[in-house]
Design a protein around this ligand. Sequence first.
Ligand SMILES: [Zn+2]
Length: 245
Amino acid sequence: MVGSRVGHILIQSVASLSDLFFPRICVVCGSHLEAGKRYLCPECEDDIPLTYFWSWEANPAEARLQALFPAQRACSLFIYRNDSGYSHLIHNFKYKADINLGKKLASLLAEYMISGGRFEDIEAVVSVPLHPIKKWQRGFNQSDIIGRQLASVFQQYYGHTIIFEPNLVRRKRYTRSQTKAADRTANMAGAFQLDKNAIRRFNILGIKKILLVDDVLTTGSTIASIASVIGDSIDISVATLGFVE
Ligand SMILES: [Zn+2]
């Protein structure tokens, strides 16, 4: 007990020292953070433009997705605007590879989703795949980080297994015609394919309700094209960190 307290104090001191040499700043407003604080100052933490979709039936994310396919429920952590400082939360995670920030945001989303009580029946979490070239450039798929964290927090809370499956759907390689932006949009419906092994595992385990995860929900067209290859036999709910109004 004493040992762990000493260890804790030691970690605190090391954290304070590193704060001294590498002062941390709030990713939203740029103000200096107190020792031990990470990412957000107290004011910006209080002001996160939360969506509250976790406790809101027929919320705007659900309406947007249900116009495209028979989506079950949908939920995002915060309203995403390019011109808002809160966009840095996603940018630092994706483009500066701040994986811890991504996990922290996903944990926060998971806690809100649990508190809302609308996602208790989820059996597996599935991430939206990144194109292999992008994944190679970035080094990771941000949706995998979010999805794995959501599954882990849900599992801890609900006390039963919630599978994380990053390979249920794959992106097809671009064909030459798809490299033109206009063609790419037109071909979006054919951009994904199911992974036979993953769907076999789902069938063996009897998984019928999944949570499909992405970083930001914009038009919903990517999610809808994935839903079209998954088909009607599996209920699809959706969770993202950001929601573009
Ligand atoms: Zn701030």
